[in-house]
Design a protein around this ligand. Structure first.
Ligand code: PLP
Length: 346
């Protein structure tokens, strides 16, 4: 079961702090250097409307249609990051449980709003896979990532099904779900009382600087979350991007990218294995979690060679021997492997 702890980890440390300009970046999880040209055109075309206050109607309709849900089930946010803050501010959990290792902002937001947080820490022995019995039956707020950052684990639908219960809010962070072919295991298209799904458009589309994401859930809960938002939280260009990224053509591109990503990930995993480095579980996200004896030394050595990988030790449950490595092109992976070889050479 969970444990409540005063955190000594910097929960606000993220990959962007490690990918200093000029480094070959395997630390940040954004998949593109820039949004694709068609999306830049959409964003640019929206700029003529900047004198008007944003109207989220069209974006909400488009997101709803993309997931086969009612527009009332959609709340647009300034990135998935805003969604965590809204949940923390609007809900009053008695017993909040965060399944770790995972992205630390949900816990940081809950703590900042004054809620005690229990951690359920998954371990490498089980491949960082959750057994629903690990969650206390009286947890009334449970936060889980699917697929999970940084472990790259995709929890099966039956695990999440087993976490739904009356009186509980289950928050499923699907920030990386659009990188999973067919979005296997996604809860986005399944309206269900008590389940809140968080999506991000910043990773797949290279929009981290634009800030755009959304929540899917029951209208009554979304109303409570909306009440915690400032007026006009999502800008007109971000709304234009949300609408465009929800169109069938964009979803089609994301699907093709997800399939290609799988091949690049297989290549990365195989190349790491060839130099004796294993990864956790069966990775399903745009990054892998690698275990390296003296990982800290390797991470700093790679920095000296111009390459950034994400340290693991700021995730609850991981030590500095864990490194999160983004899936990149084969050429970039070759550069990484070459640098690791040089660094590990006696
Ligand atoms: C698992 C996870 N959820 C949410 C976010 C936040 O995404 P956004 O850029 O949409 O705020 C991140 C960012 O790294 C993440 O890793």
């Amino acid at each position: 079961m969970g444990m409540t702890i005063d955190t000594d980890i910097d929960l606000r440390h993220h990959g962007d702090l490690e990918a200093s300009p000029g480094l070959l970046d395997f630390a940040v999880n954004v998949r593109r250097d820039q949004p694709p040209p068609w999306l830049r055109d959409v964003i640019e075309a929206s700029l003529v409307d900047l004198a008007r206050y944003p109207d989220d109607h069209a974006a909400r309709m488009a997101v709803a249609a993309r997931h086969g849900r009612s527009p009332d089930d959609v709340l647009l946010t300034a990135g998935a990051a805003e969604a965590f803050v809204l949940i923390a501010r609007a809900l009053r959990p008695r017993r909040a449980v965060v399944v770790h290792p995972q992205f630390t902002e949900p816990e940081a937001a809950l703590r900042a709003a004054g809620h005690p947080v229990e951690r359920v820490i998954l371990t490498p022995e089980t491949g960082f896979v959750l057994d629903p019995a690990q969650i206390s039956p009286d947890a009334d707020l449970v936060v889980i990532g699917n697929p999970t950052n940084p472990t790259s684990v995709l929890h099966p639908a039956r695990t999440l099904d087993a976490l739904v219960r009356s009186g509980r809010t289950l928050v499923v962070d699907e920030a990386f779900m659009d990188a999973v072919p067919s979005e296997r295991g996604s809860w986005a298209g399944r309206p269900q009382p008590g389940v809140l799904v968080i999506r991000s458009l910043t990773k797949t589309w290279g929009l981290a600087g634009l800030r755009i994401g959304y929540l899917l859930g029951q209208p009554a809960v979304l109303d409570a979350l909306r009440a915690a938002q400032p007026l006009w939280p999502v800008s007109t260009p971000a709304l234009a991007a949300a609408q465009a990224c929800s169109a069938a053509a964009a979803v089609h591109i994301a699907e093709a990218d997800a399939v290609a990503l799988g091949a690049d990930r297989d290549y990365l995993v195989a190349e790491l294995a060839r130099i004796g480095i294993g990864v956790a579980g069966r990775p399903q996200a745009p990054f892998v979690l690698a275990w390296v004896d003296s990982g800290e030394r390797l991470r700093l050595g790679l920095r000296d060679r111009g390459i950034a990988v994400r340290r693991g030790d700021t995730f609850p449950g991981l030590s500095s021997d864990w490194l999160r490595i983004a899936v990149r092109s084969r050429e970039s992976t070759d550069q990484l492997i070459c640098a690791i070889r040089q660094d590990l050479a006696p």
